[in-house]
Ligand binder design. Structure first.
Ligand code: GLY
Ligand code: MN
Ligand code: MN
Length: 440
């Protein structure tokens, strides 16, 4: 029999913290749906982050019901044991082993869910659920709400109020525990090592796909679960596409290579971007963009500390990048007018960072009660300024056309500042130039 690879006390502690904020409510979480790629082949399965965060259970076709203060409190509905199906598709825990191995109060077959859920929700004042993730499950949920209303009879009560489960859990996921930070450090270390291997492999003539292969090989050799998101390996002007997806072009002498890739390790992901010259030596034109961008990226990291608004980092970025665009003769006019007219978005159309954790664009709100969120210890996010000059931009100086650069690190706020979890990944010009193309 398989055994869970995680310490179940982690999930129990998370549930206890969440319970304190649920105020008589019950949480209903469905596992992530499975998707067919073709015939009997599925896309690789990954559990829904919230479901995993609270249970550690990775099987599809499951539902977790959490009713703090009720008995039973934690309930998992799971697939049955099935010798034939397990021969084809692999091990299933089934209800009995799930209950003992995953430390929940009660387990049932998933086929019992429709019959039991009404009674389970009946004593609860509200339900936490996220609509619009799984439309089939949404339809089920609507029926459940009607059923619960009928169960309470002529009490005058309406439907159970439904509150957003992702907001509830997201607020907790935003603050990384010591355990979370430990796993994130590992995910970031694996990601950083893979970037270094990709830098060593890169030289004119290799393909974007081969570089992606080096990244993936390194992830798996370090026992990562998978890519945390589709790796972006963008040579030359491909780097001006923010989420470039093709990864199928040659890496040419004289061009830059932008790699945005992160390993997922024990369900947490890194998210690193580095941009470097394919032949190992930046050109003067490339340095004109790279140097001020790197200086800005380092300045942003130095500013991070508890109490500053997360949003202020974007404001600093927009100010600085607009100045850089003016210096580079990409834009003309005063800084303020170019910001007011949003002209800077032509070359910098995204945000400077996002929460990071189990999902690359992780859960958590950046505005709370209408106010910008202030940074607090335990919040993890990316810092990723970029500048992208389209190859066909006839307004841009010719030497800059087709240059796309992003530099992205992953940080966690500490009581006095921040820890850069991806500091081991080179980004200084001399460090990059001494690694690129140097295998072994
Ligand atoms: N890798 C996606 C991002 O940086 O947001
Ligand atoms: Mn990112
Ligand atoms: Mn990224």
């Amino acid at each position: 029999m398989r055994r869970p690879i995680y310490d179940m006390s982690v999930f129990k502690e998370r549930r206890e913290s969440l319970a304190a904020r649920m105020k008589g409510g019950a949480l209903v979480l469905a596992s992530h749906p499975e998707y067919i790629r073709n015939n009997d082949v599925h896309y690789p399965y990954r559990q829904d982050s919230n479901f995993f965060y609270l249970t550690g259970f990775e099987e599809p076709e499951s539902v977790f019901v959490f009713r703090p203060g009720q008995t039973p409190e934690t309930i998992l509905f799971v697939r049955p044991k099935d010798v034939m199906r397990e021969t084809w598709d692999g091990f299933r825990y089934g209800p009995e082993a799930t209950q003992t191995q995953f430390g929940v109060d009660k387990t049932y077959l998933i086929s019992e869910f429709d019959k039991m859920i009404g009674e389970l929700l009946r004593p609860c004042d509200r339900v936490y659920y996220r609509w619009n993730i799984d439309r089939d499950f949404d339809a089920k949920m609507l029926n459940i709400l009607s059923e619960v209303r009928v169960l309470v009879g002529r009490s005058g009560r309406g439907h159970l109020p439904v509150h957003d489960a992702w907001e509830l859990i997201g607020e907790q996921r935003l603050f990384k525990s010591l355990y979370d930070v430990g796993v994130m450090r590992k995910a970031c270390e694996i990601s950083s090592n893979a970037h270094i291997e990709a830098m060593r492999f890169t030289k004119p003539g290799v393909t974007e796909r081969q570089v992606q292969g080096v990244l993936l090989g390194s992830f798996y050799m370090q026992n990562a679960d998978r890519e945390g998101y589709n790796s972006i390996v963008a040579a030359g002007a491909n780097a001006t596409t923010l989420h470039y997806v093709f990864n199928d072009q040659p890496c040419k002498d004289g061009d830059l290579l932008l790699i945005d890739a992160g390993a997922e390790y024990q369900m947490y992901t890194g998210d690193i971007t580095r941009t470097f010259p394919i032949n190992g030596k930046f050109t003067p034109a490339q340095r004109k963009v790279y140097d001020p961008l790197l200086a800005l990226q380092k300045d942003l990291i130095a500013r991070i500390k508890p109490g500053i608004p997360f949003r202020s980092l974007q404001e600093v970025t927009v100010d600085a990048l607009t100045d850089i665009m003016i210096d580079l003769k990409l834009l003309e006019g005063s800084r303020q007018s170019l910001i007011d007219s949003q002209a800077f978005k032509r070359y910098y159309p995204h945000g400077v960072g996002h929460w990071l954790g189990m999902d690359v664009h992780d859960a958590g709100m950046s505005i709370v009660n209408g106010e910008p969120r202030l940074l607090e210890p335990g919040m993890a996010f990316t810092i990723e300024p970029g500048l992208y000059i389209p190859a066909d931009d006839m307004n841009a100086p010719a030497e800059l056309r087709g240059i796309g650069i992003r530099i992205e690190d992953n940080v966690i706020v500490t009581p006095s500042g921040c820890e850069n979890l991806t500091a081991s990944c080179p980004k200084e010009v001399h460090d990059l130039e001494s690694i690129i193309g140097r295998r072994g």
